[in-house]
Write a protein that binds this ligand. Structure first.
Ligand code: SF4
Ligand code: FES
Length: 359
């Protein structure tokens, strides 16, 4: 089918990371350093992305700062005419490297924080002292003149501190904060019982965000990604499969979303063998769930099918066993009872973290 021009590309430069967050969006099977694309491959991908009409490039990981050629990658993005956004934990960057990135033309930086309570933040990050280093780093970002957004993944053990998170982001010099509830794929799915807040806490958070937006309207923009499991309708995952964005993994596979490799039978093409435009328009994985033809009932005849696109394919697979089903988060799904059962089930306090013992 005819594919619209994509808007954004997420470049997962590496899966290597000094942190071990229990909701990490990386797959359970991480790409090795030896499999990572070389800078020449990325430069070609960035140029092909610009030719395809992509405007925004998100440089992500793992931790993108572990790549020593990060400044060269930013230069390549600038030369391709892409708006570049670095998504980082800040660990591994210092004043000198930030200066290089700013000089290379980096447009924006997103810094993740795990909590406002340092001890819990470090526990979630899996690194002692991480929170203190992030606070110092935010000051260095400001000094380098780079616009800053703070990202926080919300879950059971930090959801009580929404107000403090917004205040901390303002104090760190951010003009935007993204408060996003944990998504339950990969590591997040493994840790679902430890991450998922109670229904009351999730609903209270939604109301508190509205109040915080009004109170801090002059100081900061608050983006909020609500929790799936307590909603009536699912999120429009990726704003629709193959509609606006694509992800390139460290080893060069091009995915319609970060969890797409969990769906059996999809054929992903690699930038080492195909051009980005060809992959976007014709690769089997992108064609699989584009548009509405693939939909089953109740999505197929639902008036919301062009609004939420049937929810999330990866969640439909994880919960119902078939990616073509309506996302079970939807109250109209025949599998919705599964979501209600999970939301009402007992919770845990221990996490399984990538590469670390349970804590
Ligand atoms: Fe969305 Fe499908 Fe539910 Fe309709 S039935 S609201 S299209 S997920
Ligand atoms: Fe894959 Fe939602 S994460 S479609």
């Amino acid at each position: 089918m005819n594919a619209p021009a994509p808007f954004a590309l997420l470049a997962e430069l590496t899966h290597r990371c000094p942190l071990a967050c229990p909701y990490c969006s990386n797959p359970l099977e991480l790409d090795r350093k030896s499999d990572e694309l070389a800078i020449e491959d990325w430069v070609r991908v960035f140029n092909e992305a610009a030719e395809l009409g992509i405007l925004q490039l998100h440089l992500s990981g793992g931790e993108p700062a572990v790549r020593h050629d990060l400044a060269e990658l930013v230069t390549a993005a600038r030369e391709a005419g892409l708006y570049s956004n670095l998504i980082t934990s800040g660990i591994g960057l210092n004043e000198a490297r930030l200066g290089e990135l700013a000089a290379a033309g980096l447009d924006h930086l997103q810094l993740s924080i795990q909590d406002t309570e340092p001890e819990n933040a470090d526990r979630i990050a899996g690194l002692v002292g991480a929170h203190r280093r992030k606070r110092v780093f935010a000051g260095q970002v400001r000094a380098a003149g780079l616009p800053l957004t703070v990202n926080v993944v919300l879950h059971r053990s930090n959801i009580a501190r929404l107000g403090a998170m917004v205040e901390e982001a303002i104090a760190l010099g951010a003009r935007r904060i993204e408060l996003a509830h944990a998504q339950y794929y990969g590591w997040g799915e493994r840790n679902r019982a430890a991450l998922m807040p109670d229904r009351e806490a999730a609903l209270a958070a939604r109301d508190e965000v509205a109040e915080l937006r009004a109170r801090h309207a002059d100081a900061i923009t608050i983006d909020y990604v609500p929790p799936d499991y307590f909603a009536r309708y699912p999120k429009p995952c990726m704003n629709g499969w193959g509609r606006q964005s694509l992800n390139v993994t460290p080893s060069g596979l091009v995915l319609p979303c970060h969890a797409a490799q969990t769906i059996p039978g999809l054929e992903f093409w690699n930038v080492r063998e195909h051009g980005l435009a060809e992959i976007w328009r014709a690769s089997p994985a992108f064609e699989a769930f584009r548009g509405t033809e693939w939909m089953r009932e109740p999505c197929r005849s639902c008036e919301r099918r062009d609004i939420d696109h049937g929810g999330c394919r990866c969640q439909a697979l994880a919960l119902s066993g078939d990616a073509r089903n309506t996302d079970p988060v939807c109250s109209l799904s025949p599998h919705h009872g599964l979501v209600e059962e999970i939301a009402a089930a007992g919770r845990k306090d221990r996490y399984v973290m990538r590469g670390r013992p349970a804590r």
